[in-house]
Design a protein around this ligand. Structure first.
Ligand SMILES: [Zn+2]
Length: 303
């Protein structure tokens, strides 16, 4: 049942709005050149209920209403045009999302190509290895990608090729940056005898990096919102921190970086043996097993 104002002007507008909503839901491609009678013809046999701003109604009810009370057809047409534009816009958005989604996945499997045909050939070769979740909303799955690529419009093909190549470029440059950072920090660590191992490097744009890197005895893991140079500096700082942590040989007073003593050396310059000893540390109610360095000088075990 519709709830429409008794006020003449409000009523006229409400009937137009209801008509537009119901007409559009019955026939989204309704011919807008029609007049009141033609609209009523489309509506009159439709008994299914449609939600409108003024309550639930059916085409049948609306047809009766407009035949009795008249219809502001200009208002109806303006509204339907708006619905059509909105539908086209959301369809356009959906297509954009589809292209981006394809590019996101394919950039992991494809190399840069100059033409769309090469791209399709490349995808066909890679299709069995492609792993992606099936996207129900966009109806993409690895198996239907080759067919999907054939159904794109020329504009969409051009956009996919362009977007994909750009993503591949970015992937390659990310890879290079990761390699650069790994090499840099390895070399930096060597100055102190501290080993560094970069396990993961992900970059999101220019200033967000996800890394997992072991620097000496410590592990740095997480996302950092910094520039690439700041990231480099932060890792260098960690190397320096590790290098500051030193142990002193009780026999000669030699100071040795703890990591180096633990991992690299068997003996101090003075001949004392360097060994690792387990010890336990009690904190609150928990006992932690730790390793510490001991310097030993006993002729018996000397070699
Ligand atoms: Zn010593």
């Amino acid at each position: 049942m519709l709830e429409i104002s008794k006020n003449r002007i409000k009523r006229r507008k409400a009937i137009a709005i209801v008509t537009a909503q119901v007409l559009f839901s019955i026939d989204p491609d309704v011919d807008l050149r029609g007049d009141v009678k033609e609209f009523a013809m489309i509506l009159k046999d439709e008994k299914g209920l449609v939600w409108t701003f003024y309550g639930q109604t059916s085409g049948e009810e609306v047809a009766k209403l407009i035949l009795e009370e008249g219809l502001d057809t200009d208002e109806v047409k303006r509204r339907i045009l708006k619905y059509i534009n909105r539908r086209n816009l959301s369809e356009k958005k959906r297509r954009y999302a589809l292209i981006n989604h394809l590019a996101d996945y394919l950039c992991n499997y494809c190399s840069k190509t100059d033409t769309y045909k090469e791209l399709v050939d490349d995808v066909k070769r890679a299709v069995t290895t492609i792993q992606m979740p099936t996207d129900v909303q966009l109806s993409i799955s690895p198996e239907n990608i080759p067919d999907l690529l054939e159904t794109l419009t020329e504009d969409e093909k051009a956009r996919l090729l362009h977007t994909l190549n750009r993503k591949i470029d970015r992937r390659d440059s990310d890879f290079k940056r990761g390699e650069e950072l790994e090499k840099h920090i390895n070399n930096f660590g060597k100055n102190y005898g501290i080993d560094c191992d970069m396990v993961e490097f992900i970059s999101e744009g220019h200033d967000v990096f996800g890394i997992k890197v072991f620097i000496g005895n410590s592990e740095i893991f997480g996302w950092f919102n910094v520039t690439f140079n700041e990231l480099k500096e932060a890792l260098e700082k960690q190397v320096r921190l590790e290098a500051k942590d030193k142990v002193t040989c009780p026999f000669c007073g030699n100071k040795i970086i703890r990591y180096v003593a633990m991992n690299k050396l068997k003996k101090c310059d003075c001949g004392a043996r360097i060994e690792l000893a387990d010890y336990s540390e009690k904190k609150e109610n928990t006992t932690y097993m730790k390793k510490d360095i001991v310097f030993l000088k006993s002729p018996k075990e000397d070699d």
